[in-house]
Design a binder for this molecule. Structure first.
Ligand code: SF4
Length: 287
């Protein structure tokens, strides 16, 4: 935290802009929970950034009063990574949808996870491309009729929790947008967690994925992860992630592993007198 930013009076993370999401969209609740979480952490708005890609849910940074960017489709992670590298003291949160994160941006997830960059990724999973009016997405269930799958989706959907666990994510959780108390708690925990933290938020698209009935359909499937679950047990976490009979809500997995920033600090410590070679030096040498 810089001297200049500590002197800025912190107000709230919500700005005055009215969201244009459809009434009843789960993203309204996610925005409210993220604002409450950041407010409760008493962070400065000038030391916080929310970065997104493209999609309905990626509009979220526009409704916040901290730094932010509604950036390029699928590229929220590299942009957030660059910001975190340049300003490691900042709190950087990524928000976006399942299409943005696990279709065009899917490649970035594995590298951010394996590097364990200290970022929090809140993925709003609605199983559809909402912004472009209802095409099949990477998490659309088999059989669901969309604008591009008139006879029902036929590709096996991605399971985000299983994917990030397999990549080695150090904090993995799932939430439901309508369970705002739990979602807010999980966001706070994820932001405080050192390393890459991932929350898969089931955030219904009522316009292209089942209307308001979807909330009624999802409710009986919700199952809080019990206290008996050992969050350090990867096999147990993976078993929960694989169980498709319920939507498990809570923390699946936690592991304290060296963050990318910590590895860089260690390198600097181990090679204090090494000659610094800049990217420009290398480019000049091999041009
Ligand atoms: Fe939300 Fe769907 Fe409307 Fe987009 S189209 S704002 S995801 S309800």
């Amino acid at each position: 935290m810089t001297e200049a930013t500590t002197q800025v009076e912190r107000k709230t993370f919500r700005n005055h802009v009215k969201p244009i999401w459809c009434p009843g969209c789960g993203d309204h609740s996610v925005l409210a929970c993220l604002v409450k979480a950041l407010d409760s952490l008493e962070l400065n708005t000038t030391d916080t950034a929310v970065i997104s890609g493209i999609g309905c849910s990626s509009r979220l940074p526009g409704y916040m009063s901290c730094y932010g960017m509604n950036s390029i489709h699928g590229r929220a992670i590299p942009i957030a990574t660059g910001l975190k590298m340049g300003r490691p003291e900042m709190t950087v949160v990524i928000t976006g949808g399942d299409g943005d994160g696990f279709a065009i941006g899917g490649n970035h997830v594995m590298h951010a996870v394996r590097r364990n960059i200290d970022l929090t990724y809140i993925m709003m999973d609605n199983g559809i491309y909402g912004l472009t009016k209802g095409q099949v997405s990477p998490t659309t269930p088999i059989g669901y009729k969309t604008k591009t799958t008139a006879y029902g989706a036929y590709e096996k959907p991605i399971a985000p929790l299983e994917v990030v666990l397999a990549y080695g994510c150090t904090y993995v959780a799932q939430a439901f947008s309508a369970d705002m108390k739990r979602l807010q708690e999980l966001i706070v925990e994820a932001i405080k967690y050192p390393g890459f933290s991932f929350i898969n938020v089931i955030s219904p698209c009522i316009t292209y994925r089942g209307g308001s009935q979807i909330y009624k359909d999802l409710k009986p499937l919700l199952k809080p992860i019990g206290e008996e679950h050992d969050v350090h047990d990867w096999d147990a976490a993976h078993k929960i992630a694989r169980d498709k009979t319920h939507l498990h809500v809570g923390v699946l997995y936690q592991e304290r592993r060296e963050t990318y920033q910590e590895t860089q600090d260690d390198l600097k410590h181990r090679a204090p007198h090494a000659e610094a070679i800049s990217v420009v030096d290398i480019a000049m040498k091999y041009r």
